[in-house]
Every structure is written in structure tokens, then in C-alpha cells.
Write a protein that binds this ligand. Structure first.
Ligand SMILES: [Zn+2]
Ligand SMILES: [Zn+2]
Length: 161
């Protein structure tokens, strides 16, 4: 990933700031045991302020993540947005660039939900035979609705109306 912002224009003047938009390209990674890829480029919108001993960087990342659904395991795309806010000591900035890579990677790890479904009513996999219930039906007993329970839920439905 190349996520570097050029700070040449503000580095001589304390208190000045710059804004920048960066398109970055993210590699595949594994998070919480899931293989994640990205629809590149991802976008960063950021502000860098030249403060006393530090540069203060704030901004927003917008990405499109491709990851397996936690119910049916099919890969789907999900937008992911998060804000970031960190400081970099001037003593560690060599040449005129601040590298944002590590902060962005940390942000992705932090903000990616532990569970994400391809849709709210994804039926997932049959717990007994393993087929994708969004695509096929099976005759396994485990996920069939008990007819008595179905009646009961109808009754409850009427009551709540
Ligand atoms: Zn799904
Ligand atoms: Zn089944």
C-alpha cells in the first residue's frame, strides 16, 4: 500500500495545515480468520496540521470491502467508512512524507464488524446438510418450522396488530 501524504507545503510554518485526497490500493488480508479483499482504490480525505512537536492528522477513509458472509459464506461487497485521528512526532518524519499505511490498516481491523451478512434476510447454510438455503431448499428437519409454532406465531401476530 502506498498511503503517503506530502507535507512539504506546511512543514516550515507552525500552525499551518493542508488537506489532501488520496486514492490508495489495499492488498488482501486476513482479519479475524476471514480473507478480506478490497475494491480499489480506497479513498482517504484528510487534514494535516503542523503543530508544535507533532503533525496532527485527521480524516476519513472510504472503502469497499469484499468478504465472506458470516451466514452463507458467499463473498459479498460491503462499504466501510471510518474516521481516523492520530499524531506523528516530527522527529520520526524523514523527508517530506507521512506514511499513513499502519493507521489505515489498524482502522480497518478495528472497524470491520465481527459478523457481516450479505443481506438482512440471508438464510445461511443448513446446519445439517450444509447447502446454501438462499439458493436451494433441503428436506432436513433441523431448520423446518414446526407447524404448531407457525400457528402460534400467527396468533401472536394478530394480537400485536
Ligand atoms: Zn449470506
Ligand atoms: Zn439441509
Amino acid at each position: 500500500m502506498n498511503a503517503k501524504v506530502n507535507i512539504e507545503s506546511i512543514k516550515e510554518d507552525l500552525g499551518t495545515q493542508l488537506t489532501a485526497q488520496l486514492d490508495i490500493s489495499l492488498d488482501e488480508m486476513s482479519i479475524h480468520g476471514r480473507q478480506i479483499s478490497f475494491d480499489n482504490p480506497a479513498k482517504l480525505d484528510l487534514t494535516v496540521i503542523n503543530s508544535n512537536d507533532q503533525y496532527i492528522i485527521t480524516g476519513k477513509a472510504e472503502l469497499l470491502v469484499e468478504l465472506p458472509c458470516s451466514r452463507c459464506l458467499e463473498v459479498f461487497s460491503m462499504p466501510l467508512e471510518f474516521d481516523f485521528d492520530f499524531q506523528v512526532d516530527k522527529s520520526v518524519v524523514d523527508n517530506d512524507h507521512i506514511d499513513l499505511s499502519q493507521e489505515i490498516l489498524d482502522g480497518i481491523r478495528l472497524h470491520l464488524p465481527m459478523k457481516a451478512a450479505c443481506s438482512e434476510d440471508c438464510k445461511g447454510l443448513c446446519p445439517s446438510c450444509g447447502i446454501n438455503l438462499n439458493e436451494e431448499e433441503c428436506d432436513c428437519i433441523m431448520h423446518k418450522v414446526d407447524p404448531r409454532l407457525a400457528k402460534l406465531s400467527k396468533l401472536l401476530d394478530k394480537k400485536s396488530k
